[in-house]
Design a binder for this molecule. Structure first.
Ligand SMILES: Cc1cc2nc3c(=O)[nH]c(=O)nc-3n(C[C@H](O)[C@H](O)[C@H](O)COP(=O)(O)OP(=O)(O)OC[C@H]3O[C@@H](n4cnc5c(N)ncnc54)[C@H](O)[C@@H]3O)c2cc1C
Length: 460
């Protein structure tokens, strides 16, 4: 999810510079076709290393894809091959190029965003977008299947099953044993199976069993709730290329609520960390706030899921590495996790390929820490920290939220915000504009606080 207004004075910047053609990372697939890549994989002579990727969401699929195409023996476990992960499904533009996503994965191209304050002041964001720029809206069941199938077509061996337990290796070069229920076994027969591997990528989401079994440590989490609502066609036209974000203590004490357009319906949801038991009350509030626009709508699906709040204390233990939500890579404030899941899966796999010399050597814990974790933190640590701070500043009261929405009117804020979200980089940061904006933001925060205090003082 994109959250306008959250960058400029602090400049959320990744280490990449933007290239023409909108790609934010490496050139996708090095320009090679699927069949060439698959042949490359088969041509690798020595395939000693065996890797299990647990979880077939964006993180797992992107890890499995890179491992398999390098000729490494790769297994990808997924308990539900048609899983529809509860999710807003918003992805940044750069992900389309960087992960070679076909056009039909994108249900809708959002070019306008309405920020709606606690007092229902509406600010239109998106004026700075170029004609070819958009936020991609996807359905996770479609996106995830596409990425998983691609990894499988490149040689990853799919196992439709639930990993239940992990036995740790008993020596530095020993095997890890995964226990799983094989769902391809006919009903009535025993489906308990095991698989021994050299290395594990834990991509099994926020409730990761791999993280539990390696004692990766806990993270705090938000609970997010979403209803998919089919609204009449004429109402849907309003959301043709528009998404809405609502802020206010009524819809969430520490996050925002959203109405996102999907294929033939809208996703309406909210989240909270600090008052999880009240999530249904917040969900009712967002439906009330958006009532006129959702009138005549029918709820077709209700979904809820935890969202990690920060990385786990230990993301690599021995030869087990965590990626995506299992590692805790969702940004605070915006709640964005799909891109970071895919990217971390890919980066982790690239580290394994390099450290193992394409599967000929078993990487060590030190290799994984140096080549995956260190690189990840170098690239993204600042991004996570800045968004932590912004959440603390702008979501702490309705006065701050009003100031925040007001700040989103600023064209410079919009441009820098969209650049950092769409491309995961900031191209032209202007120090003078940054200073001006910092003052305007501070003034706006103070002004809204004074107004709120005056309103309290004059109340009967
Ligand atoms: C309501 C909501 C809205 C959100 N909206 C957005 C948004 O708009 N944009 C955005 O960028 N992010 C959003 N996020 C965050 C995003 O959904 C996650 O960050 C992202 O899905 C993480 O991907 P992942 O591959 O790490 O994990 P997941 O997508 O959770 O995938 C894990 C996979 O592992 C499988 N699995 C789990 N356990 C096992 C096991 N033991 N054995 C076998 N398989 C297993 C699961 O079935 C699943 O397919 C949202 C989250 C929520 C809850």
């Amino acid at each position: 999810m994109v959250l306008p207004g959250f960058v400029s004075p602090f400049a959320v910047v990744s280490s990449h510079t933007r290239r023409s053609g909108s790609v934010c990372g490496r050139p996708s697939f090095h320009g090679a076709s699927l069949s060439t890549r698959s042949k490359n994989a088969q041509a690798t002579l020595m395939m000693q290393l065996r890797v299990a990727v647990v979880g077939g969401g964006p993180a797992g699929s992107c890890a499995a894809e890179r491992l398999a195409e390098s000729g490494i023996e790769t297994y990808i476990f997924e308990r539900k091959m048609d899983n529809a992960k509860p999710c807003g499904g918003a992805i940044p533009l750069c992900m389309v190029d960087e992960f070679d996503l076909p056009a039909n994965i994108i249900d809708r191209k959002v070019r306008k965003m309405k920020m709606i304050s606690p007092t229902n002041v509406e600010v239109d964001v998106g004026r700075t977008l170029k004609p070819n720029e958009y936020i991609g809206m996807t359905r996770r069941e479609i996106l995830d299947s596409f990425m998983r199938d691609r990894a499988i077509s490149l040689g990853a061996k799919p196992i439709n099953g639930l990993v239940t337990k992990l036995d740790l290796a008993s020596s530095p070069s020993g095997k890890y044993k995964l226990h799983y229920s094989d769902y391809s076994v006919p009903k009535g027969e025993s489906n308990a199976r095991t698989l021994e591997v050299d290395l594990i990528v834990g991509a099994d989401g926020a409730n990761s069993r791999v993280a539990r079994d390696i004692d990766a440590g806990d993270y705090n989490f938000a609970i997010a709730f979403q209803e998919r609502i089919k609204i009449p066609d004429e109402k849907m036209q309003y959301y043709e290329e528009l998404a809405e974000m609502y802020v206010g203590a009524d819809v969430s004490p520490d996050f925002y609520a959203w109405v996102f357009p999907k294929y033939d319906h809208v996703g309406v949801g909210t989240g909270t960390v600090i008052n999880r038991p009240a999530i249904k009350q917040y969900q009712k509030a967002i439906r009330d706030r958006a009532a006129a626009r959702l009138e005549g709508g029918k709820v077709i699906k209700v979904e809820a899921h935890p969202i990690p709040e920060h990385p786990r204390p230990r993301r690599v233990v021995g030869r087990v590495a965590l990626v995506g939500d299992a590692a805790g890579y969702v940004t605070k404030c915006s709640g964005e996790g799909i891109y970071f899941a895919a990217k971390s899966g890919r980066m982790c796999a690239e580290a394994i390929v390099a450290a193992s010399k394409n599967g000929r050597v078993v990487p060590t814990e030190k290799d994984l820490k140096e080549m995956y974790l260190k690189e990840w933190d170098r690239k993204y640590w600042a991004t996570y920290k800045v968004l932590d701070v912004l959440q603390a500043v702008f979501y702490r009261s309705d006065a701050a939220r009003e100031a925040f929405v007001k700040m989103c009117e600023d064209e410079y804020v919009q441009r820098v915000t969209f650049d950092s979200y769409l491309y995961k980089t900031v191209t032209t940061v202007n120090p003078v504009e940054d200073m001006k904006l910092a003052f305007r933001t501070a003034a706006s925060l103070i002004g809204e606080n004074i107004r709120a205090n005056a309103a309290v003082a004059s109340a009967p």
